[in-house]
Design a protein around this ligand. Structure first.
Ligand SMILES: *Cc1c(COP(=O)(O)O)cnc(C)c1O
Length: 239
């Protein structure tokens, strides 16, 4: 039951991504799907893996510490999942974050960059990161302010053990995706500005969730983070 419904939801989401891409003349293969497994058990991740989904997102270190090793045990000889951290990271948790996650999407301060650089260097790892932008200028939300993005990107770029792959944003919540469109659009503009300031194209602009990924794709997203539409509604609310 659970296995089939996750597989079917994945097919539907992939179809939605392809339709959104085609509707605006983009190649669907340029859009990655991150399955957000927070609050759901490792077994659900294993079902998604069996259905051909390999990128997963978690928002808490502690939950990652339980789920990610459990999956290494559950998972057979198949392809290894790739894990993204999509929740706020406190700098005192930099060590486990570097140990567990392939891509940290929520780099949001110079202090955290320094900690990640230090922890990655210690492990001889090049830690892939995205800079999180506070696109709605929300007081309670973490992220770099848009007008600081280029300076901060240059700083991250100069850190030997960090590999900057792009930007990530969570626009202010609105159930109407059309109202998020201007935020997605200004993120795409900022993304292009950062790429030209660095003099190289960055691969990843992470934006769009279950209810608004189609609009995010129309505005240039290259990675959508989808939880509810794949795994169902979360009982424990985490944000
Ligand atoms: C939970 C979460 C998502 C997924 O949200 P859904 O609405 O369930 O698709 C995406 N991005 C971030 C940062 C999240 O915390």
């Amino acid at each position: 039951m659970r296995r089939e419904s996750i597989a079917e939801n994945l097919r539907n989401v992939r179809r939605g991504i392809a339709q959104a891409a085609e509707s605006c003349g983009r190649n669907p293969s340029g859009i990655q799907l991150l399955a957000v497994s927070k609050t759901f058990p490792a077994e659900d991740v294993a079902f998604a893996l069996d259905a051909g989904q390999f990128q997963f997102g978690e928002n808490k270190i502690q939950e990652g510490q339980q789920k990610i090793p459990a999956l290494a045990l559950l998972g057979g000889a198949g392809r290894k999942p790739e894990w993204h951290l999509i929740g706020h990271l406190q700098s005192n948790k930099a060590a486990p974050a570097v140990e567990l996650f392939d891509l940290i999407e929520t780099l949001d301060s110079p202090r955290l960059a320094a900690k990640l650089e230090h922890q990655a260097a210690k492990r001889d790892k090049r830690q892939r990161v995205l800079i999180q932008i506070n696109v709605g200028n929300e007081e309670q939300k973490s992220g770099i302010e848009a007008d600081q993005a280029i300076d901060f990107a240059r700083e991250v770029e100069s850190a030997d053990s960090l590999l900057l792959e792009g930007l990530m944003a969570i626009p202010p919540w609105d159930e109407d995706p059309e109202r998020s469109r201007p935020h997605f659009r200004s993120m795409k503009r900022l993304f292009d500005e950062v790429c030209s300031a660095l003099g190289r194209p960055l691969p990843t602009l992470s934006m769009g969730m279950s209810h608004d990924f189609a609009v995010a794709i129309e505005e240039g997203s290259t990675l959508v983070r989808v939880g509810t539409a794949i795994f169902g509604r979360r009982v424990r609310q985490v944000r």
